[in-house]
Design a binder for this molecule. Structure first.
Ligand SMILES: O=c1ccn([C@@H]2O[C@H](COP(=O)(O)OP(=O)(O)O[C@H]3O[C@H](CO)[C@@H](O)[C@H](O)[C@H]3O)[C@@H](O)[C@H]2O)c(=O)[nH]1
Ligand SMILES: [Mn+2]
Length: 919
């Protein structure tokens, strides 16, 4: 195993939290200064450079028989657990007794000490990338930056007189390179077992087959976590009876599936993918009954599939009077744009037991209310509805959300996340733990870079060393309090003077972070002070007068909306609902919080929850949290925790990239633009740079296209953008290339990414850049200038039953195909023109031609996967695409030759003469 370049955190908490194992693939982490940038040392914190005993998990050994220091360890965890429970009871008790929250927990007798002790217990470890590899990489990056500056200076001071336009364009390109340099890297981390609510989003059962969603749900219900602490919420944004009925079947099937998974400890726990595994399924299995039970389960699953397929078949033709439910009442969601909110609870403690007589996690179907004339905010709106429903019904302290096609590939996923979230030191400032997205069913060559390896294994890892990875929309576990817009709890060292809570005028005692720290969360909020600490202290602690209580109530309502139950739940920082509440009233309240007027005049989508205003709501949501000073964690256990599907045909892929780029442009043109936003907060500079990079990239499509066309123009007009290569320039040119090359190689080395993946990424960067990114810039401008709303085109999730990768060859017409095709054709024409010119004008013209051909071929090589996709398998490129592109390309070439703005009038005659022969 390559231990230097990969980070493996695989810490598994067992159900009772009484033991810990840390799987380490490397040796004891080096004392790299990086870690200090992530967590600042506090007096109670163990210096990471001092090795602590490392235990390698060996499942064959008794977990308690670890080497050094295990007794000490056990004791500490035990005391931590007891304390945790005490805390929980305390909070619940206060809540129930007073009917109000306690903001500044007052328990001081020794609890602070206990806390400080706890802080020494990291629940996870970082396996850092070897510092040598990183330092070299950093040095090269800095060098590259310097060289780039020199090169830039040279380009600016040496305009190409006879090709001024070309020269200008080339400057833009250099600038783009400067922007790209903000990849960096380091490593992050930490962890505990609290109740978790898992969200699944789905919208269109025709594009997102119910069987896929069912598999995701089954993998959640079978997760390795205490059943009473997991709840699964499925959001149906399409209010489809098909989704509802499929979910009801899924709940039934879960009664057999879940005990089977747990008994035999199988992975993954999504049946479709489990049974499809082409591995020796008897490996590590000891139960003699396993084969028999597996066979029976496989048959059961097939029957389940048949039932789901029957539901899907039935749903193809909508009856005229709309759908009717089994009991004869009409389905309330018949009109997806105009229907009431719907909630159905399956399973859970009142929902019957599984076939082994055990309880199952709760499963809740939610379809939020939709009415014409209301903004629904797509996925972000759906997620916010789920936050509120779940707060009312179960109120997990943490949330995890997945797209309907991203199943749990590892049953340990929740535990992995908790290792960071419940870590006594880091948990308090961690807003989310993001897992990389991994995919099934991608063609072997990954033609359209669907796996996004460079992003997930280089960029995200690098960000982890700054303030944390960006949120990518799925496979991400959140701290509920972070979604409520609160600030993180920072340690003394993190604390800047300006954020110490000020006492209010009534002569109350000064509070510092440290003495308010028996609470898990600091309930203030920096960037948008809707309410402030004084209100709360008075209202909830002091009860000094009724007016202030009222004010608090009012400001909370202004923030969270008009639901007292929801507001009360926000004070339960450890999660859970008051034991005395009546389930019927909760359901009523749950319906209330998903009504479409609920968010009016509140902070939902503006400051709290998933943030509105972009189709890449994920980036925006994560950005807001980072701007408040939260850190995030990138968690990559050896076994990928989540796996999804990705569009493998060209058109769907381009449309997906278009949506992402459009989302970025939307953010760029909004008040949340990372270039301007949040300077009073605690966003780290490099993190900001990274966000700027994820937001502005669509704009680089303009210089990129210019650059793809330039070589062809050079060939057609017989000019070159670098006129005379002086020694001085030559050196810089070579140095620049060498440094780019070196950063590339070093990056691949520390990240473990293969050269092929890297090349695919480069290719798709050009393909996306010349098509989707360009369209996104224009659509984004249209949205801002003309108010034309952008829509969320959901990607189809193929079940891949039609045979391997048949999807890859599907061809759908889209105008996104035109610009790259044009670029391709122009370059091909250019090559032909250049070569024929050289043939005509003899020996001495071959030298310069060579240089120009090189660039042109470079462009074509980048577009090669696109060309392949255009051909399809059966070579069925619609004639329209070809006709349009050839037309555009020839008009373009002719124009250039005729007008040729880059050359002086005297030269023009000559040049025209030359080209007249060739074109
Ligand atoms: O009105 C809507 C539209 C979409 N969705 C859900 O959003 C998810 C993502 O849709 P998909 O078509 O699969 O988009 P992808 O491009 O594959 O998704 C990536 O990019 C999105 C942002 O564009 C993120 O929201 C996703 O989490 C991330 O996986 C799916 O679960 C949908 O059901 C809704 O719930 N409501
Ligand atoms: Mn998807």
């Amino acid at each position: 195993m390559n231990m230097s370049a990969r980070r493996e955190i695989s810490v598994v908490l067992n159900a009772r939290l009484d033991t810990r194992g840390t799987k380490m693939s490397g040796d004891i982490p080096d004392a790299s200064p990086d870690r200090h940038s992530i967590r600042s040392p506090t007096p109670s914190y163990v210096d990471p450079s001092i090795p602590v005993p490392v235990r390698i998990v060996d499942p064959s050994k008794d977990l308690n028989s670890y080497g050094v220091g295990s007794v000490d360890w056990k004791e500490r965890v035990e005391s931590w657990r007891v304390k945790q429970e005490k805390n929980m009871i305390q909070v619940t008790h206060k809540y129930a007794a007073e009917g109000r929250g306690d903001i500044e927990g007052t328990g001081s007798n020794g609890e602070d000490l206990q806390m400080a002790d706890d802080a020494r217990l990291p629940l996870s470890r970082i396996v850092p990338i070897s510092p040598n590899e990183l330092n070299l990489y950093r040095i090269v990056i800095v060098l590259r930056l310097i060289i780039l500056c020199f090169f830039f200076q040279y380009r600016v001071t040496h305009p190409v007189r006879d090709a001024y336009g070309l020269w200008l364009v080339s400057l833009c390109f250099t600038l783009r390179l400067l922007i790209q340099l903000c990849r960096y890297d380091r490593e992050g981390e930490p962890s505990q077992l609290a109740p978790i609510d898992v969200f699944v989003s789905t919208v269109d059962p025709l594009k997102e087959p119910p069987l896929i969603t069912a598999n995701t749900v089954l993998s959640i219900l079978a997760v390795d976590y205490p059943v009473d602490k997991v709840s699964c919420y499925v959001s149906d944004d399409g209010s489809a009876m098909l989704t509802f009925e499929a979910l009801s079947e899924t709940a039934e099937f879960a009664r057999k599936w879940v005990p089977f998974c747990k008994k035999h400890n199988i992975e993954p726990r999504a049946p479709e993918f489990y049974f499809a595994q082409k591995i020796d399924y008897l490996k590590d299995k000891v139960q003699p009954s396993f084969v028999k039970e597996r066979r029976a389960m496989k048959r059961d699953y097939e029957e389940f599939k048949v039932r789901i397929n029957a539901l899907v078949a039935k749903a193809q033709k909508i009856p005229e009077e709309g759908w009717t439910m089994a009991d004869g009442t009409p389905w309330p969601g018949n009109n997806p744009r105009d229907h009431p909110g719907m909630i159905q609870v399956f399973l859970g403690h009142s929902g019957g037991l599984d076939t082994d007589g055990n309880e199952l996690p709760r499963l809740v179907y939610v379809s939020r209310e939709k009415r014409p004339g209301f903004q629904h905010h797509k996925k972000a709106g759906a997620m916010n509805a789920l936050i509120r429903v779940s707060a009312v019904l179960t109120n997990g302290a943490y949330l995890l959300n997945v797209d309907c096609d991203h199943y749990f590939n590892s049953s340990k996923a929740l535990r992995e996340a908790m290792c960071f979230m419940m870590d006594p030191a880091l948990g308090r400032k961690t807003c989310y733990v993001q897992f990389p997205q991994r995919f099934d069913g991608i063609d072997l060559n990954d033609r359209y870079a669907n796996r996004n390896i460079v992003f997930f294994d280089i960029n995200m890892k690098g960000l982890d060393g700054i303030q944390g990875p960006v949120y990518v929309g799925t496979g991400c576990c959140f701290n509920r309090q972070a979604l409520y817009g609160y600030d993180p709890v920072l340690s003394e060292a993190d604390l800047e003077p300006n954020i110490i809570i000020k006492s209010c005028c009534g002569g109350r005692k000064h509070k510092s972070y440290i003495d308010s720290k028996n609470r898990a969360m600091k309930r203030t909020e920096s960037s948008a002070p809707i309410f402030n600490m004084e209100d709360i202290e008075e209202g909830f602690e002091g009860y000094e007068d009724e007016r202030s209580l009222l004010m608090t109530q009012k400001s909370l309502e202004k923030r969270f909306g008009q639901s007292p139950i929801f507001i009360a739940s926000t004070f339960m920082t450890q999660g859970g609902i008051p034991p005395s509440t009546n389930p019927a009233s909760l359901l009523k309240e749950a319906i209330h919080v998903i009504s479409c007027g609920y968010e009016d005049k509140t902070e939902w989508g503006k400051e709290i929850g998933w943030i509105y205003g972009s189709v890449t709501e994920d980036i925006l949501t994560g950005f807001k949290m980072h701007a408040r000073g939260w850190i995030s964690i990138y968690c990559m256990p050896l076994r990928p925790c989540f796996k999804g599907s990705a569009p493998i045909n060209l058109s769907d892929r381009l449309n997906q990239v278009l949506r992402w780029a459009l989302g970025s442009v939307e953010i760029l043109l909004s008040r949340h633009c990372p270039i301007w936003y949040g300077y009073n907060g605690r966003l780290k500079l490099l993190e900001r740079l990274a966000y700027i990079n994820t937001i502005v990239y669509p704009i680089t499509s303009i210089p990129l296209i210019a650059y793809c066309v330039l070589p062809a123009i050079c060939l057609l007009t017989n000019k070159f953008i670098i006129p005379e290569i002086s020694n001085y320039a030559g050196v810089f040119f070579i140095l620049l290339f060498a440094s780019i090359f070196a950063t590339g190689i070093l990056e691949l080395r520390w990240s473990g990414v293969g050269i092929e993946d890297w090349w695919r990424n480069e290719q798709f960067w050009v393909i996306g850049g010349t098509s989707a990114h360009l369209f996104a810039v224009f659509q984004g401008l249209l949205k801002v200038l003309a108010g034309i709303d952008t829509n969320f085109t959901v990607t189809s999730k193929a079940t891949d039953e039609e045979g391997d990768f048949s999807e890859l060859y599907v061809f759908k017409w889209t105008s996104l195909l035109i610009p790259p095709t044009t670029v391709l054709v122009i370059n091909l024409v250019g090559i032909v023109a250049g070569v024929s010119y050289a043939i005509n004008s003899g020996y001495q013209s071959w030298g310069p031609l060579f240089g120009k051909l090189f660039f042109s071929i470079w462009v074509i090589l980048h577009l090669y996967p696109f060309l392949k996709g255009l051909m399809g398998k059966q070579n069925r490129t619609p004639t329209i695409v070809i006709v349009w592109s050839i037309l555009l390309a020839s008009i373009f070439s002719l124009l250039w030759v005729k007008i040729d703005p880059f050359i002086s009038p005297t030269q023009k005659a000559v040049s025209l003469g030359q080209c007249g022969v060739n074109c």
